[in-house]
Design a binder for this molecule. Structure first.
Ligand code: SF4
Length: 375
């Protein structure tokens, strides 16, 4: 089936979703509640931009605390523009997909330096900003500026695919889903309408066991009529993810741990981390430690899933008060090309290091297994 509902029914669906939002909107710190937005009030574009970048591939539940932390520390885009990239990356630690944090900082600088701290309101202009793609530009234009833009996130994708029983598998089916959402999006209030659809997708039209008895548009839903709601959106057959092996190096001296700053390009770029053996998405690590020494290897202590591959991590440990590692000139030597800023970090304060989740998992493993006593 495709997007073939007649205009009158489309308007009916739009009206029911909008009405449902008035009493059921999620209370989120970046939003203007619908009873206030009805008078024309719009949210702060900085807040919408920040929340939308954070929400890419991350749940609302995980984002709220980060949003509050970021807006407290950097209340405006100009404040963020003056921050060090390393501080933004450290504050982002745990949210994953770190390219977003680097682009966030780059975008804050661009908006501050080139646009005097004012976000553009047009979708096409927003699309030119660093890290702002099709979805984010449409969401900011609609929600923060009241533009009529067609917003399609994963929740909306699922809701619309089910309403119209769109059976073209993703990603090809995205075009039909967009046509469906375009047909539903009102000329006025596109931002609230998009947020209303997101809320229904997140809390009623869920991926598993949708609560169709609570759905305001059940009567219009083709998937419900067919009884095959969970079939949509139709996904392409899953490809097996390649498995990569990598090794982290726990180098400890005087209760301090050696941390490095990763190269600016590539995975987890510019993040503070344990030294590793240069594993990557397309290749296993070489496994060789960065120096001679009494290394102990703990195998497969962390399993981590990236979008396109899975990683199994060994932890190689070297603890000594006489570690002979050249700290003065480590570029292209012990830690691999591009690594810089090696520091001895107190293990007691490791939570403050802002390590990405993958490395934080290895550190937690070491602490849990009382690494020190075991050696
Ligand atoms: Fe989703 Fe069920 Fe509503 Fe259809 S009736 S849109 S499947 S919640």
């Amino acid at each position: 089936m495709g997007v073939d509902k007649i205009t009158g029914e489309m308007q009916d669906i739009t009206a029911k979703i909008s009405a449902h939002y008035v009493d059921n909107a999620r209370n989120l710190p970046w939003r203007v509640p619908p009873k206030i937005s009805a008078s024309g009030a719009l949210p702060n574009p900085y807040h919408i931009w920040l929340s939308e970048v954070m929400l890419q591939q991350t749940t609302v539940a995980a984002v709220v605390a980060y949003f509050q932390k970021f807006t407290k520390r950097w209340p405006t885009v100009k404040h963020m523009a003056t921050a060090d990239e390393a501080d933004v990356l450290a504050a982002w630690a745990g949210l994953g997909y770190y390219a977003r944090a680097r682009n966030l900082h780059k975008c804050a600088r661009h908006v501050t330096e080139m646009l005097d701290g004012v976000f553009p309101s047009q979708e096409a202009e927003l699309l030119k900003l660093p890290g702002v793609g099709t979805y984010t530009a449409a969401a900011i234009a609609a929600i923060a500026f009241g533009e009529r833009a067609v917003v399609v996130d994963a929740n909306i994708e699922r809701l619309v695919a089910r309403l119209f029983a769109i059976d073209t598998p993703l990603p090809k089916g995205k075009a039909d889903i967009r046509v469906g959402m375009d047909g539903l999006t009102p000329a006025v209030g596109a931002g609230d309408f998009a947020q209303a659809c997101m809320d229904i997708g997140a809390s009623i039209c869920t991926a598993k066991s949708p609560k169709c008895d609570k759905c305001p548009v059940q009567i219009h839903c083709a998937a419900f009529a067919n009884g095959d709601q969970e079939r949509y959106p139709v996904k392409p057959p899953k490809k097996a993810k390649p498995l990569r092996k990598g090794r982290f190096f726990w180098i400890e001296r005087d209760e301090k741990l050696l941390l490095v700053t990763r190269p600016p390009t590539g995975m987890l770029g510019s993040m503070r981390a344990l030294p590793d053996d240069q594993w990557a998405a397309g290749t296993d690590g070489h496994g060789r430690p960065p120096s001679e020494g009494n290394w102990r290897v703990h195998e497969n202590v962390v399993q981590h899933s990236f979008t396109h591959f899975s990683l199994e991590v060994d932890l190689a440990v070297y603890q000594s008060d006489k570690i002979a590692i050249n700290m003065g000139d480590n570029k292209n030597t012990e830690f691999g090309p591009g690594i810089s800023d090696a520091v001895w970090w107190p293990i007691q304060e490791i939570e403050d290091a802002g390590l990405p989740t993958l490395f934080a998992k290895a550190v937690r493993w070491a602490v849990k297994h009382k690494l020190k006593e075991s050696l």
